[in-house]
Design a protein around this ligand. Structure first.
Ligand code: AMP
Ligand code: MN
Ligand code: MN
Ligand code: MN
Length: 295
């Protein structure tokens, strides 16, 4: 089991816990190295870092950037970034700036099918109004009794092809990569298996093209162990990482108690063929932990 968790969310984006409460929960669950990776926003990092210090936990600055590649929305995680890097700050500000209008459009679409008041309802649940997103809509629709849980709301109303879905142009892949690398961070393709799910998901050939482009543009790692991958997908993406000479990352993608695929930490080990991403910022740690990650 791994005591590193390099992907999770606070209420600065669409998580439920404050950065401090998130770090406390991670500490209680034995996490030794944590990256906070809020969507498109770095304002939780200082608070999380101070809390991590109290628990003697290693803290890694992170972010998860929303990207549009062809017709697909991708998530690019930046790890060990410098949040003071101006191009990263400016890029994220631009990505965030479209969220309010998008949310209004989503609410208009839902109103057309008789579901009213969703914008105000979702906004109340967004601790950071600049980061209003589909998860806040989903939580509101559960609260208002439309569905039993967040997952069902996505399946019925918010996923691509459903009545509340509004297409949106996020950052370019090359832009997101350059902001992260420019800040000294490591570029990770988050939960790749998710892009292959469903009728609108990409097939194997497109995934192959994506990985080629990602690696050529300077992408450095794949998230192999994540809350939304099956054990078969750990193996599948570990092989892709080897093929494209990419490092491997792991993270729960925790958003809140009783809501996410996985709770914080206690993730299964990376497959033996993986080279772990943290080698890049701390060559000694993999050896010190007493675990063997290499085949
Ligand atoms: P947004 O950036 O506003 O499009 O929201 C994306 C977020 O919605 C993701 O980061 C997930 O937290 C959540 N999400 C996306 N798809 C699903 C799903 N099928 N079930 C539950 N949550 C989802
Ligand atoms: Mn999310
Ligand atoms: Mn994501
Ligand atoms: Mn995430």
């Amino acid at each position: 089991m791994l005591d590193y968790d390099l992907h999770c969310h606070s209420n600065i984006s669409d998580g439920i816990l404050t950065p401090t409460a998130l770090v406390e929960r991670a500490a209680l669950r034995g996490v030794k190295m944590l990256a906070l990776t809020d969507h498109d926003d770095m304002h939780g990092l200082d608070e999380a870092r101070s809390a991590a210090l109290q628990y003697g936990m290693r803290f890694i600055n992170g972010v998860e950037i929303s990207v549009t590649w062809r017709k697909h929305t991708l998530h690019i995680v930046g790890l060990n970034i410098d949040p003071a890097f101006p191009a990263l700050q400016a890029g994220l500000e631009k990505v965030r700036s479209g969220r309010g209008i998008r949310a209004q459009k989503m609410a208009d679409e839902l109103a057309k099918i008789g579901i009213g008041g969703v914008f105000q309802g979702a906004l109340k649940l967004a601790s950071n109004p600049n980061m209003i997103g589909r998860t806040h809509f989903a939580r509101y629709l559960v609260e208002a009794g439309y569905c039993k849980d967040v997952k069902s709301v996505f399946n019925r109303y918010l996923a691509m092809g459903k009545p509340g879905y509004v297409p949106h142009q996020w950052a370019d892949l090359s832009g997101a990569i350059s902001w992260i690398k420019g800040s000294g961070g490591v570029v990770v393709l988050a939960h790749p298996g998710r892009y292959m799910v469903g009728r609108h998901g990409m097939g194997k050939q497109t995934m192959h093209q994506l990985l080629c482009e990602f690696a050529n543009m300077g992408g450095q790692a794949l998230e192999v162990v994540t809350g939304s991958h099956t054990a078969e997908q750990y193996a599948e993406f570990a092989r892709y990482a080897e093929e494209f000479n990419l490092l491997c990352s792991c993270g729960s993608d925790f958003h809140g108690p009783n809501e996410s695929y996985r709770d914080l930490g206690r993730l299964p080990d990376l497959p033996l063929i993986c080279r772990p991403v943290w080698e890049l910022w701390d060559k000694t740690i993999a050896g010190e932990s007493g675990q063997t990650f290499r085949g």
